[in-house]
Design a binder for this molecule. Structure first.
Ligand code: GAL
Length: 764
């Protein structure tokens, strides 16, 4: 048994890359059917076991209801299903305490009933006398990504053993996608291994003295069982499978007890796969967890000055100008700017350029940054005219980390971290508040003052002061609203107050507005093009009336092929997809499908495949390290840069680790995103799970990303002639910032599974 378990685990390791858990002992499991009964609407009668649902339609529980004919359903709906629960389930189990009802993920909220009695709300077990109200709707929105795992004692009278049980799930969808959607719903007995917790996916590896380290904590969460067994940690190279480390510990954990283990590995330039396994002595059960180790490719930043960031910058005539020269290197640093247009001045110590330019024109400004180690020079083309956002925005947005729990201090601390962690020295500029700064739509408090000005909620004592302090750092300030009456999170939005809101934004110093469709569905007649465009025209007109340049970010998930008309309604960028989350599936589905829209991207108007999911994310209030493997994160940043996508971080900047910083401060990679030509990469080869994406650059050369979408690492030979390269070409590895040599005809590379080799090919 032991041997076969080990074999099984090794096989899984080779084919799967995201952190995962495996339970080895296959006890009896009841699978829910994949089709349940379904009805939109809300009625407490639907919970009753004898309710007649025969006229209800069928629905699958492995995909969102929007994909099954319920496109605009953003409210209550009920699911029902009948399942026979045999007594053999508990008779055969090693532990005979509790029954587990696993419903997978539900978007957004659930109240779950068995045989007419409630047993769970949003993933929490509840007693049958729980008062049913609507307070569950105020729960944080990240419940959409949360597995519903409910347990009931075997003696609980709500379970009917050896009989048919009626499950009824009341679901509320707050907006966007909805329903029970991950499939594989099951009923089983709780196993002993489910009482063991290991924090491997809650702590990141730290870099120290040539090794990576992690403090592991094994914990027994059972109040009455002792967990005894052997804990092994095995690490193998992801590239060739060679064993790098193999350790084992005898563990005996009393109820509630924990054991700490310091685990370290030598630093490498590729991932290792680490498998943590626990073999339980008594039950012969085993459980294993696996993850891939981080590796840093970006060379350390030099102490010498280097001017980074875009080489082109646009502002409209007569509008407030704010530009921070992105320069890395030791401080103090002195800046110079020659040939600045009239109306602008430079702060020589901070490198912040401010003012207003009243004259249209193109100015080639020579920037100099100097410190005790040397001097760097670079040219910045400033274009004063009609266009802004000549390169995609780079910054931070509160949503993917804090969700609706965002507040002023979190926003200000992010701005500070841009400076402290030196991200601003690599071009990171915008600090954007997403949903959650307004007064809630269902609150009794006033939402607007007597003049119609929007009121900010208590979490943001002063937007003006916040804006001023962000600007003082040379950074820019963004905000969020919806064209409907409410935002997606149910907060007050701009419908019929567009100009008032634009004026408020302007008075606070707002530089960027994300405008999210959401409740505008209740206003729009349908999803025809004129209806889809209308609210964006209205807000664009309002923004044009205020004395600021405000980047206009359309968020409506790609409806009506927004890339075809986003620029026409005045958008600087537009979301092309639904919301991203920190999984390979979400990242790869979104990233690799940005094909058809490529030709619509360019200076001033960009496709937006949604924000970044590296670092600590979580949609608030509690966060976790991204579930993407290190290779998946290299793919994420490489692909988004090739796509000229907006780079908006969605993580807690106070908790940036060395690996994530390495992803965000590689100037040669960022330079692809910020390239002045603004050409979105296109796929040129798709073969055997390898995709090659090519991006034309303003210097006449090309950037190429070789992506491996397979679960196995692969060697790939790129035909250079197929890319139009006939002469010997210099190839540079952009992550390592290293020339690889001159190549003719072919270039061969090892591409890690879910990873990338990102190169620049110099023509001629
Ligand atoms: C979604 C949007 C997210 C976030 C959220 C706020 O519709 O796609 O990015 O802004 O609303 O409630």
């Amino acid at each position: 048994m032991k041997k076969s378990v080990r074999l099984f685990i090794i096989v899984i390791c080779l084919i799967s890359t995201s952190p995962f858990k495996i339970y080895s002992q296959q006890e009896e499991t009841i699978k829910f059917p994949n089709e349940w009964k379904f009805i939109p609407g809300d009625n407490p009668e639907y919970a009753k076991p004898d309710y007649d649902d025969s006229k209800w339609k069928s629905i699958r529980v492995d995909k969102i209801w929007e994909d099954q004919g319920y496109e605009n359903l953003d409210r209550f709906a009920w699911y029902r299903v009948k399942v026979f629960i045999p007594s053999s389930l508990k008779e055969k189990a090693f532990l005979k305490d509790s029954l587990k009802i696993f419903l997978g993920k539900i978007n957004n909220f659930d109240q779950s009933y068995i045989n007419g009695k409630i047993f769970g709300i949003n993933g929490k077990n509840v007693p049958s006398d729980t008062k049913i109200d609507t307070s569950f709707l105020n729960a944080p929105t990240n419940f959409w990504d949360y597995n519903r795992r409910y347990t009931l004692s075997v003696n609980d009278p709500r379970i009917l053993w050896e009989k048919e049980n009626v499950f009824a799930i009341r679901v509320f969808d707050q907006g966007g996608q909805g329903g029970i959607y991950t499939g594989d719903q099951t009923i089983s007995m709780v196993k002993i291994s489910e009482y063991l917790s290991l924090n491997y996916d809650q702590v990141q590896f730290q870099y120290k003295n040539g090794s990576i380290k992690k403090l592991l904590v094994l914990k027994n969460t059972s109040p009455k069982l002792t967990l005894a067994g052997e804990f092994t940690i095995n690490a193998v190279s992801k590239l060739d499978g060679e064993i790098v480390s193999d350790k084992s510990y005898n563990v005996n954990l009393k109820p509630g007890a924990a054991k700490k283990i310091n685990f370290s590995l030598a630093k490498q330039d590729h991932s290792n796969i680490v498998t943590y396994k626990f073999d339980f002595t008594k039950s012969k059960e085993s459980i294993s967890f696996s993850e891939e180790t981080p590796y840093i490719l970006t060379p350390p930043v030099s102490l010498k000055p280097q001017i980074n960031g875009a080489r082109i910058y646009g502002e409209r005539t007569g509008k407030p100008f704010l530009y921070l020269i992105a320069a890395s290197g030791a401080r103090p640093m002195k800046f110079q700017a020659e040939n600045l247009p009239e109306g602008l001045s430079l702060n020589k110590n901070s490198g912040i350029i401010t003012g207003r330019v009243n004259q249209k024109g193109e100015y080639s400004v020579k920037l100099t940054a100097g410190n005790k180690y040397g001097k760097a020079q670079s040219y910045l083309k400033i274009i004063i005219g009609d266009q802004i956002e000549l390169t995609p925005p780079m910054g931070w947005n509160s949503w993917n980390c804090w969700g609706l729990s965002v507040d002023q201090s979190k926003v200000f601390s992010s701005a500070n971290e841009f400076i402290n962690k030196k991200l601003s020295q690599h071009g990171w500029t915008y600090i954007n508040i997403d949903d959650g700064w307004e007064v809630k739509g269902d609150s009794k408090d006033p939402k607007r003052d007597t003049n119609g000005n929007i009121i900010v909620n208590e979490k943001f004592p002063s937007m003006k002061a916040l804006g001023d302090s962000i600007h003082a750092l040379g950074l820019k300030f963004g905000i969020y609203s919806s064209p409907g009456p409410l935002t997606c999170g149910g907060y007050t939005a701009s419908y019929q107050y567009e100009l008032k809101d634009a004026e408020s934004y302007s008075s606070w110093g707002i530089d960027y507005l994300k405008y999210d469709w959401c409740s505008y569905d209740n206003i729009a007649k349908d999803h025809s093009l004129p209806e889809l465009k209308e609210p964006y025209y209205v807000m664009r007109e309002a923004l044009n009336k205020v004395d600021r340049d405000i980047v206009f970010s359309l968020c409506q998930y790609g409806m009506g092929d927004v890339w075809k008309w986003g620029a026409e309604v005045g958008g600087n960028l537009w979301r092309t997809t639904g919301d991203i989350t920190d999984t390979w599936q979400s990242l790869s589905e979104i990233g690799f499908s940005q094909v058809e829209n490529a030709k619509y991207a360019g200076p001033g108007h960009w496709n937006d495949p949604d924000m970044l999911i590296v670092g600590w994310v979580g949609w608030g209030p509690s966060l976790h390290p991204t579930r993407l493997t290190p290779d998946e994160q290299y793919t994420h940043i490489s692909l988004w840069s090739l796509l000229s996508a907006p780079l908006l971080l969605g993580c807690d900047l106070e908790r940036l680790d060395d690996f994530t910083l390495n992803l965000l401060t590689n100037d040669e990679v960022i330079a692809l995103d910020q390239d002045a030509l603004g050409k979105q990469a296109v796929p040129v080869i798709k073969r055997d799970s390898i995709q090659v994406w090519k991006k034309n650059l303003s210097d006449g050369n090309i950037a190429v990303g070789i992506f491996n979408l397979d679960s196995k690492s692969k060697k790939f030979t790129l035909d250079l002639k197929g890319l139009g390269l006939t002469k010997k070409s210099l190839i540079r590895d952009l992550w390592r910032q290293k020339n690889l040599g001159r190549f003719k005809d072919t270039f061969t590379a090892d591409v890690p599974s879910h990873g990338v080799v990102l190169i620049k090919v110099f023509k001629g």
